[in-house]
Design a protein around this ligand. Structure first.
Ligand SMILES: *Cc1c(COP(=O)(O)O)cnc(C)c1O
Length: 415
């Protein structure tokens, strides 16, 4: 931790130290989280935070852009090379504003958007009713099947033909299986809709060749940069050339002001890392780890939505374990295993206290854990859930000690 923060603001410095310790001593199983490299951390904590640069490279509204233009161009070029896209915009502040920019680019208020319902695994910004995207636009939502947990494309097609959305989102936040972009493309074509793949969760898997790419099927790709892609908190929009101007002017001046140049630089570093051969190993190891963890959980009697996983994410339905998701997540947090409670499809419980637990392997894979450690985590989760039901805090403390010992042998990359 920087000595400068300690001398200026000891109170905050202590909190930074405590968070570093918390991350070091626990295992992050939240599928949207990761641990960035020291290089990404350094770029995002740089003097670039001092600079205003509204506009785009070569077309700025402020002077002094000699270096900033080169940095943003580097990030854009790397994004284009990594994902094989015509156009990339690296300025969106995060995934939610990136998605909002897509609405601004292609829809008028009141137009119809179609996305996966939030409790089925979609994202708030795909038209869920509490989001601006569900309030200012007419939203229709597709679901997954009760029996399989999977999308029935014939039903999605019927919904699209009936409601005629102008914009269709595929992708989400709690989808444990490979997304069939081609199937969404044919539906979008039938109704003449713009198709967006929101790959926020799986961007790193796609970059590393561990999930099919949507690029040849969709009009726009939206992604965060901080999940499996392992960059700073930020986002990118990628599109075919024909949509480039619409996307760019929606991000700025449509929705945002000055880009966060320190984030842009850190995105450039993360993309450079993702272009290295070792990133492919990381991406495939994430999936191998998730499968190993899923197998252990199944052997421990857990019920997994869709029966398993193809990617980095596992959605557990705890109904048969007779413990709600929130109680399980809180107990596992005490045991040093940090997860999040989540709705499962057709959840009979309320969203703030649902039946599910959502876990994932990106962060632990980054730390270097592999299949043998996944089996340990699966067994600890099972023991933790039993301890929670028995209100056995002593046992949770013992698991925490074991987790901490393991975590100690896999240091954080950026620490
Ligand atoms: C995380 C996520 C977002 C939003 O990202 P924020 O950076 O949290 O705003 C959007 N879409 C999907 C599918 C996501 O998983």
């Amino acid at each position: 931790m920087s000595a400068d923060v300690r001398s200026t603001d000891p109170e905050l410095a202590e909190l930074l130290d405590l968070e570093l310790k918390r991350q070091s001593q626990t295992l992050a199983l939240i599928p949207s989280e990761n641990h960035v490299s020291a290089a990404v951390l350094a770029a995002s904590g740089s003097v670039l935070t001092n600079k205003y640069s509204e506009g785009y490279a070569g077309r700025r509204y402020y002077e002094g852009q000699q270096i900033i233009d080169r940095i943003e161009t580097l990030a854009v070029d790397r994004a284009k090379a990594l994902f094989g896209v015509d156009h990339a915009n690296v300025q969106p502040y995060s995934g939610s504003p990136a998605n909002l920019a897509i609405y601004l680019a292609f829809l008028e208020p009141g137009d119809t958007v179609m996305g996966m319902a939030l409790p089925m695994g979609g994202h708030l910004t795909h038209g869920w009713n509490v989001s601006i995207t569900g309030k200012f636009f007419r939203s229709v939502q597709y679901v997954v099947e009760r029996e399989t947990g999977l999308v029935d494309f014939e039903k999605v097609r019927e919904l699209a033909l009936k409601e005629r959305p102008k914009l269709i989102f595929c992708g989400g936040t709690a989808i444990p299986r490979t997304i069939d972009f081609a199937a969404f493309r044919s539906i979008a074509d039938e109704v003449g809709a713009i198709l967006v793949a929101d790959i926020a969760h799986i961007a790193g898997l796609i970059a590393g060749g561990a999930h099919p790419s949507p690029v040849s099927y969709v009009d726009v790709v939206s992604t965060t940069t901080h999940k499996t892609l392992r960059g700073p908190r930020g986002a990118m929009l990628m599109a075919k050339t024909e949509h480039a101007r619409k996307i760019d002017s929606a991000v700025f001046p449509g929705l945002q002001g000055g880009p966060h140049n320190h984030t842009t630089a850190a995105i450039a570093v993360a993309l450079h890392e993702a272009l290295q051969p070792s990133f492919k190993d990381y991406a495939h190891q994430i999936v191998a780890n998730a499968k190993a963890l899923a197998d252990t959980l199944l052997a421990e009697g857990f019920d997994l939505v869709t029966g398993g996983t193809d990617n980095h994410l596992i959605l557990i339905d705890l109904t048969n374990k007779e413990i709600p998701g929130k109680a399980a997540a809180k107990a596992l947090d005490k045991a040093g295993l940090v997860a999040n409670y989540n709705t499962v499809p057709y959840d009979p419980r309320r969203p703030f206290d649902p039946s599910g637990l959502r876990i994932g392997t990106p962060a632990v894979t980054t730390r270097g854990l592999r299949e043998p450690e996944m089996r340990m985590i699966g067994r600890w989760m099972s023991q933790g859930v039993e301890a929670a039901k028995a209100r056995d805090d002593t046992r949770l403390g013992q698991i925490r000690d074991e987790v901490q010992e393991l975590a100690g042998t896999f240091p954080l990359p950026g620490a």
